[in-house]
Ligand binder design. Structure first.
Ligand code: FES
Ligand code: FES
Length: 164
């Protein structure tokens, strides 16, 4: 039987209806139409389905939706802000775009969410630290270097914004 799951998705209070073991990935995509979160392997190996659940990066293909009850979920749709001219890309999204860090784009939402998680932790963005933070996210196209550089660029933008 389906039950209600009360949670916050991208800062909005939501009530979801899901079977006990229904995957969070499916509920996000099919019930809420948040199709930015992708399914790649469906087995916890590729990171295409990454979302942030109560501050922790998770593979939503492995998380039962009921685990989101009372929790806060961030999906790639929650990264952009509402600006004066409508939706405004987050700095990390702009860095990916400007730095050519996306090719086919299938890994990009998961990479962005993982990058956001990394940036929020304010860990110094060394090559090694960024690689480690994105280790669960696979990309078949870019060779990773552009993605790493885009995250480092976003880290320096964030540091400049925070400077007094
Ligand atoms: Fe979830 Fe690949 S689809 S890790
Ligand atoms: Fe194609 Fe990463 S851009 S898989």
């Amino acid at each position: 039987m389906k039950s209600d799951i009360k949670c916050t998705i991208n800062d909005q209070p939501r009530t979801l209806h899901a079977y006990p073991m229904e995957r969070l990935l499916d509920v996000l995509r099919e019930q809420l139409r948040l199709t930015g979160t992708k399914e790649g392997c469906g087995e916890g190996e590729c990171g295409a389905c990454s979302v942030v659940l109560d501050g922790e990066l998770v593979n939503s293909c492995l998380v039962p939706a009921c685990q989101a009850d009372g929790a806060s979920v961030l999906t790639v749709e929650g990264l952009a802000a509402q600006g004066k001219l409508g939706e405004e890309l987050a700095p990390v999204q702009k860095c990916f775009l400007e730095h050519g860090a996306a090719q086919c784009g299938i890994c990009t939402p998961g990479m962005l969410v993982a990058a956001r998680c990394f940036l929020d932790a304010r860990t110094p963005a060394t090559d090694e630290a960024v690689r480690e933070a994105l280790a669960g996210n696979l990309c078949r196209c870019t060779g990773y270097q552009k993605i790493i550089e885009a995250v480092q660029l976003a880290a320096s933008v964030k540091a400049k914004e925070a400077a007094p």
